[in-house]
Design a protein around this ligand. Structure first.
Ligand code: CNA
Length: 249
């Protein structure tokens, strides 16, 4: 792992514009299960993710997504960003131009201090009424979920989080594509790269791709790429040491 950390540190030290494409694996150490990892929702069956996040299923059974959202938002208020979230924010503070393209719906990149975050699968930052499109901040939506199985707007429409469900259009794709193709290097962190179109973004990278993921991914590396099968936080702690980068708690 030390050799991988040294190679990543050296590539980073020669870069200025860095884009990070992140997935659920960057947040598992905070206690949020991913989909396809060993404790993931698909693996443990804690939620039927294919249904929870399917927009056609939601239209008939909104209570499933509401139940998932209630559990997630109860958890999120106590969550802290992981080391690798904080590493990316520290890199930006140290003078790098860092853009985060995340498939995650949790707010941990923003909580860590990253300023340019494109959540391509939406986020829990807001909720909205499917009928009148009125919007509420997360805290209000979280309160609604504590009072009703399925929050309903005054107009009668169901209120849902502003996440992208299966069958819906992803967000910020032009920005994400430009960020990947314009950066000196791409970090791909904690994603199985199985959900499209986000999974196709690394193919746009002009510079080296550094992929760190525990377990297999759908990525075919180019000769200059570095792919490491490892947990993120221990590896990026070493990268930070190698770079002399201060990553505050
Ligand atoms: P995924 O398909 O579950 O893949 C995650 C990958 O990360 C797996 O290969 C894991 O083995 C790996 N992994 C888990 N923990 C670590 C770790 N600590 N270090 C390194 N690797 C690790 O998830 P993707 O993000 O690839 O799939 C995209 C889906 C998952 C998006 O639509 C997300 O919205 C959705 N998702 C998001 C969250 C979240 O916001 N935190 C949680 C669960 C699912």
């Amino acid at each position: 792992m030390e050799q991988a950390a040294a190679s990543i540190a050296s590539l980073l030290q020669n870069a200025r514009h860095v884009t990070a494409l992140t997935g659920a694996g960057i947040s598992t150490a905070a206690g949020i299960p991913d989909f396809r990892g060993p404790n993931g929702l698909y693996t443990t069956g804690a939620y039927d993710a294919e249904r929870v996040f399917d927009c056609r299923y939601f239209a008939k059974h909104p209570e499933l997504l509401s139940a998932f959202s209630r559990d997630l938002l109860r958890m999120v208020s106590a969550l802290q960003p992981c080391f690798t979230h904080r590493f990316l924010a520290a890199l930006e503070r140290s003078g790098y131009d860092v853009i985060v393209v995340t498939q995650n719906i949790d707010p941990l990149h923003q909580l860590a201090g990253s300023r340019c975050v494109y959540p391509v699968h939406g986020s829990y930052a807001e909720a909205y009424c499917v009928r009148c499109h009125n919007r509420w901040p997360t805290a209000e939506y979280a309160n609604m979920l504590e009072r009703a199985d399925v929050p309903v707007c005054a107009c009668g429409g169901v209120i849902r989080p502003d996440i992208v469900m299966f069958g819906e259009a992803v967000k910020y794709m032009p920005e994400a594509q430009a960020a990947v193709s314009d950066s000196d290097m791409l970090l791909v962190l904690g994603t199985s790269l199985t959900v499209y179109p986000a999974a196709a973004l690394p193919s746009l990278a002009q510079g080296p791709v550094i992929l760190v993921n525990k377990g297999p991914t759908g990525y075919y590396p180019k000769p200059d790429d570095i792919c490491v099968d490892a947990y993120l936080d221990p590896l990026f702690r070493q990268v930070a040491v190698q770079m002399g980068l201060d990553v505050p708690d």
